[in-house]
Design a protein around this ligand. Structure first.
Ligand SMILES: N[C@@H](CCC(=O)N[C@@H](CSS)C(=O)NCC(=O)O)C(=O)O
Ligand code: FE2
Length: 288
């Protein structure tokens, strides 16, 4: 049964985190061909863990990409019970994602958004219509409607696996990072991007809060913990906590320098912000 267990205490969480050193050979896929198609001129084949398909016993893991908004969607499932969850699915790739779910024979139980996205419309609302029984989830601080409102410490169970919810506000009030139970991987949404981070100039953004979120709630994970963000604009697919702690050009700086950097990004606003935010506040579909 896939479920969200509310309000696990930090001590309980810590006990649940049994660091599982994986000695078995994981299944890998060849990243080179796909990378060349998706990102001409960008060579990612030197980082084979980018296309890691299974991290260990009974875990199915897929990283999917939506090219118009450069969004990553993640599918995770227990290969024995077939219970699955999807993170940050995009409207434009709904059919692709549902086809994959069908082909892999997994049962999607929960569609989670890491935050109320400003650049694309989520497919969670339409996905629920196509898959009766599917529930949606988003942070209680997002202001968005969903079947489940997530809080810090909640556990999202799927089969024998779970993701722990860590609130990581700053890009928006309702940003969460989802951490695998064994802390082997973290889905950081737009809080922490690879060698970057989410902007803080709209949707209640606050650079000081984001800095504290990343340092206190993400950089405290083990160095080997894989970082899977919601976006990448340079063809990068995965990083680690250790890498970002050492090489992130924004978050290796002092708080004061970070705030200064964020105040001077001068990014154009996302092209779809005026339609995406209102739509995402109602799960991606306006009720008629
Ligand atoms: N050009 C894109 C929007 C790009 C953008 O603003 N990305 C966001 C994440 S989506 S809310 C961001 O935080 N970027 C940080 C950065 O440093 O790039 C569009 O028009 O959609
Ligand atoms: Fe965002």
């Amino acid at each position: 049964m896939c479920s969200v267990v509310k309000g696990a205490k930090p001590v309980q969480q810590a006990l649940a985190f049994t660091l599982h050193l994986r000695t078995k050979t994981a299944a890998w896929s060849c990243a080179a061909t796909r990378s060349r198609v998706l990102y001409p001129g960008v060579h990612t084949s030197s980082r084979p863990y980018c296309s890691r398909m299974a991290l260990g016993e009974r875990l199915l893991f897929r990283q999917l990409f939506e090219s118009a908004s450069s969004t990553y969607t993640y599918l995770l499932a227990d290969t024995q019970t077939k219970e699955a969850i999807i993170i940050d699915p995009v409207l434009e790739t709904l059919d692709r994602d549902l086809k994959l779910v069908d082909e892999l024979g997994v049962r999607l139980k929960l569609a989670v958004n890491t935050h109320c996205h400003a650049d694309h419309i989520t497919s969670t609302g339409l996905m629920k219509k196509r898959l009766p029984g599917l529930k949606s989830a988003i942070s209680k601080f997002s202001g968005a409607s969903a079947d489940v409102h997530l809080s810090d410490g909640d556990k999202i169970n799927f089969g024998k696996h779970h993701l722990s919810v860590r609130e990581t506000p700053g890009h928006t009030d309702g940003c969460v990072t989802l951490v695998m139970g064994d802390q082997s991987m973290a889905f950081t949404g737009d809080a922490l991007l690879i060698r970057g981070c989410g902007r803080t100039d709209f949707q209640q953004g606050c650079s000081k809060r984001l800095y504290e979120s990343v340092h206190q709630r993400i950089f405290t994970l083990p160095d080997h913990c894989l970082i899977y963000p919601a976006h990448d604009y340079k063809g990068q697919m995965v990083s680690t906590v250790g890498e970002e702690r050492r090489f992130n050009p924004r978050l290796t700086k002092s708080l004061e320098e970070f705030v200064e950097i964020m105040e001077n990004l001068n990014l154009p606003k996302p092209a779809k912000i005026d339609i995406a935010v209102p739509a995402n506040l109602v799960c991606g579909v306006h009720e008629v």
